[in-house]
Design a protein around this ligand. Structure first.
Ligand code: AMP
Ligand code: MG
Length: 399
């Protein structure tokens, strides 16, 4: 079977990703959710001119350096003052709305008070220290676009408009199964020939980071019957099914055959390292991904292919993983026949982003993933000298 390129398969997957429905969700539970529609401001923020300082509000025409002006009222934040009487000042606090007819605020540090009057001791510009109505958001402004993933600051922004519920993509339920007779869960005793299941918590975390819910089916034995039962349970309890391991063509690899028997399967040998085998298909209409069992391979293939797919389902406008130009601080003397994703550390420098790679690049060595903050992308047939350009993918864009 000819190897397929990562780009090729990614574009196929993105075109095939079903579009997911929408729901209204409380704003406080919407971190990481994807906006279903544009957000248009229904009010101004701030809603009125207000003071940027603790100080005194004046009519500019009344001000004269060194002349005492009687204080006629006191306006803390949240209190609406009276219209400012001519030739008087209002004591005012940060955030309080500017009283009618006042047009200038002087900070308290630039004033002196005595006997109920205030004297200004500094040069003043008309309109100073007033945050105008709509300075942050103006009525009718398109604030956020459909397809945007909500970040912490967006939640604050929406709250500033009084929004308490928002239309976002529905939560996708993702069934996760780890195939392998050799696997035990952390906390259990390891017997001869056994290893701990590291893919399960790692992939579950990557799925949850996308705002999806994990339906955790645990470890599945390497037998046709156990694989079939787990796939049926997964299909019936989730919107997307992801397995790790058992996807190659060895005698102990049952995932491919069982998916083929239960639904339809696309199986690719990808020109990717770490990685290579990837199964994709449908169990009835439920999308299925069979990731390779090696932990680094399942991390990388999830990040590069499954993550964009789940984002596309949620309607993210730009699900592709961005690549950045950087400079290799390492040598790569031997050209490969698959595109390589080296675990790398990227540091800023005066001459651009500098890239170092982890000395252990085995697909079983999770230390390299835990250590790295980026993957360095080495295209097929490419060798590198120190100082050559190399593209990198930040880990934060994968996980
Ligand atoms: P497989 O794809 O099932 O042939 O597995 C490839 C390699 O990855 C083998 O060395 C497995 O023991 C290992 N492996 C598979 N699944 C896991 C897992 N969930 N956690 C840790 N290692 C795994
Ligand atoms: Mg296996």
């Amino acid at each position: 079977m000819a190897l397929r390129s990562v780009d090729d398969v990614l574009h196929y997957l993105l075109a095939d990703a079903p579009k997911w429905g929408h729901e209204f969700r409380d704003l406080v539970h919407s971190l990481g959710a994807v906006l279903a529609e544009d957000v248009i401001a229904a009010s101004n923020v701030p809603p009125a001119d207000n003071s940027a300082m603790d100080g005194y509000a004046f009519r500019y025409c009344d001000l004269q350096m060194g002349r005492p002006i009687p204080i006629s009222q006191r306006i803390p934040a949240g209190v609406i003052g009276e219209a400012l009487q001519p030739r008087t000042a209002a004591r005012i606090f940060t955030g309080a709305f500017i009283p009618q007819d006042a047009d200038t605020v002087v900070a308290q540090e630039d004033c002196e008070t005595s006997g109920g009057a205030v004297t200004v001791n500094a040069a003043v510009n008309k309109g100073q220290h007033i945050r105008p109505c709509g300075q942050d958001i103006s009525f009718g402004q398109r604030l956020l676009a459909a397809g945007h993933r909500l970040q912490a600051a967006d939640l604050g922004l929406l709250a500033s408009l009084g929004v308490s519920q928002i239309a976002v993509s529905k939560v996708i339920k993702v069934a996760l199964m780890s195939t392998g007779d050799e696997l035990r869960e952390p906390g259990e005793e390891l017997g001869e020939g056994q290893i701990y299941n590291s893919n399960r918590p790692m992939l579950a975390a990557m799925i949850r980071a996308l705002g999806c819910e994990v339906v955790d089916l645990g470890i599945v034995a390497d037998s046709p019957a156990a694989t079939k039962a787990a796939l049926l349970l997964a299909r019936d309890s989730a919107d997307v099914v992801i397995s790790s391991g058992g996807v190659s063509v060895g005698e102990e690899d049952h995932v491919k055959a069982q998916v083929e028997a239960l639904g339809e399967l696309q199986f690719w040998k990808l020109a990717i390292k770490p990685g290579k085998p990837l199964a994709y298909g449908k169990l009835s209409k439920v999308p299925f991904f069979g990731l390779p069992g090696n932990p680094v391979s399942s991390f990388v293939t999830f990040g590069l292919l499954v993550r964009p797919y789940l984002l596309a389902m949620q309607g993210v406008a730009e699900p592709l993983v961005p690549q950045w130009p950087a400079v290799a601080n390492f040598e790569w003397p031997k050209a490969g026949s698959r595109q390589e994703y080296l675990r790398a550390r990227v540091m800023p420098s005066a001459t651009g982003l500098q890239v170092d790679i982890h000395p252990q690049q085995s697909s079983g060595a999770l230390t390299s993933v835990s250590w790295c903050n980026a993957l360095a992308v080495i295209p097929i047939g490419v060798t590198l000298q120190r100082g050559d350009g190399v593209e990198i993918i930040f880990l934060r864009d994968l996980s």
